[in-house]
Design a binder for this molecule. Structure first.
Ligand code: S3P
Length: 428
């Protein structure tokens, strides 16, 4: 797909529902008594993988134009699937479902695409094994395909070496089935959607500092949920609005949970003009409309506890940094290497191809801003966040940019190019 320099972006956009929350609605709804109704659900390929997995586990899920209905069967109502579960490209599906399957009384195998088969699963296999689960990497490489045999589970306290909501959530879900309380302490706090939503479904979940804990639960109860817009999807319009001269964009109903809003903090630190309007809450999750205006940016340092709050937005931060005055340093972000692609490597290669001054480090990148970018051929490596990042970078670069594998945006934002195109050609 081809992209060229854009004129001012104008208008309003409503991004699709939050991916992390959409996954969790299906999972927690499936384990609840009664029917959970979800609106503004993200119908991206990752969340559809979660739906397919739970259908295979015996849950009826109705997918209509306006809502998703999950006919939960309670904590002990899942049934053995007829064959392996396919988690597609979705790390969240793969890791969270392991915690649920560990507590069942049947054996399940699961696998995903080539990217999933190279992502580390030891981070969930270790704590689940300590809880008493039997979980095996079938190729003995600590990656999927995995075989999980449900077992009686014991509560543990787990000191996680990584700040990962996928690891934390997997352990908390297994904790629902354990014979005593379970807790997880992280080096710094990762997104807390599981804690917020599990409480909504009736679980006893506590958070203290960087520790989350859960009591074994006899039952979860169905809920009505309206999913807020995904800040990780809004990120591309925020970046486009900041970079393209004369732009002014209103992004409606965006989730601004403080464990997810690091991009807003970093952009403001770089001199961005972003105003929050109509602040509200939906099922414990804060939301706002974001008014973004073209801004002149300067470099910054992104590190430490901020990293988990914008882990998926770091590619777009790297792109913004190319257009900012001075140096931007991203550090403490080694997790980028084990996402859908190695995002340090892919960002450095592709931004260098566009003329950026960028160097990879062991745990991040250093970018010398200000060198004008030019079009290039971009290998997305089928990573949705990379494709969207370069579609935006191309709008502020000279010449033509070709993005290979551009279709991969269907993972988290099927209508992304249409929405971007509309903002680029809107006159109001
Ligand atoms: C997610 C957590 C993050 C994030 C991923 C979604 C989640 O991964 O990168 O896209 O829904 O819990 P980690 O928690 O492993 O960093």
């Amino acid at each position: 797909m081809k992209f060229t320099r854009a004129e001012a972006l104008k208008g309003t956009v409503t991004v699709p529902g939050d991916k992390s929350i959409s996954h969790r609605c299906i999972m927690f709804g499936a384990l609840s008594d009664g029917t959970t109704r979800v609106t503004n659900f993200l119908k991206g390929a990752d969340c559809l993988s979660t739906i397919q997995c739970f259908r295979k586990l015996g849950i009826r899920i109705d997918d209509t134009a306006d809502e998703i209905l999950i006919h939960g069967k309670g904590l002990h109502g899942l049934t053995a699937p007829g064959g392996p579960l396919d988690t597609g490209n979705s790390g969240t599906t793969t890791r969270l479902i392991c915690g649920i399957l560990a507590g069942q009384d049947f054996t399940t195998s699961l696998n995903g695409d080539a990217s999933i088969q190279s992502r580390p699963m030891k981070r969930v296999m270790d704590p689940l094994s300590r809880m008493g689960a039997r979980i095996e990497s079938l190729r003995h490489n600590d990656c999927a395909p995995l075989l999980i045999s449900g077992s009686p589970l014991h509560g543990i306290h787990y000191q996680s070496p990584v700040a990962s909501a996928q690891v934390k959530s997997c352990i908390l879900l297994a904790g629902l089935y354990a014979d005593s309380p379970t807790s997880v302490t992280e080096p710094c706090r990762s997104r807390d959607h599981s804690e917020i939503l599990l409480r909504h479904f009736g679980a006893s979940v506590k958070t203290e500092g960087t520790t989350a804990s859960i009591e074994p639960e006899p039952a979860l109860h169905a809920q009505e949920i309206r999913v807020p817009g995904d800040i990780s999807s809004a990120a591309y319009f925020i970046a486009a609005g900041l970079l393209v001269q004369g732009s002014e964009i209103l992004i409606r109903n965006v989730g601004i949970n403080p464990t997810r809003d690091g991009l807003l903090r970093v952009c403001r630190d770089m001199g961005a003009d972003i105003t929050l309007l109509n602040e509200d809450r939906s099922q414990g999750e804060p939301t706002a409309d974001l008014l973004v205006r073209h801004s002149s940016l300067h470099g910054t340092t992104v590190e430490g506890a901020l990293i988990p709050t914008l882990i998926d937005e770091l590619p777009v931060v790297a792109a913004l940094a190319c257009f900012a005055r001075g140096t931007t340093v991203i550090r403490d972000a080694q997790e980028l290497k084990v996402k859908e692609s190695n995002r340090i490597d892919v960002m450095v290669k592709n931004l260098s191809a566009m003329g950026a001054q960028i160097t990879a480090t062991k745990d991040g990148m250093i970018i010398e801003g200000g060198a004008p970018l030019h079009g290039a051929v971009i290998d997305s490596r089928l990573d949705h966040r990379i494709a969207m990042t370069f579609a935006v970078a191309a709008l502020a670069a000279d010449g033509e940019t070709h993005i290979q594998g551009a279709d991969c945006v269907r993972i988290s934002y099927p209508g992304f190019y249409e929405d971007l195109h509309r903002l680029c050609h809107s006159s109001c």
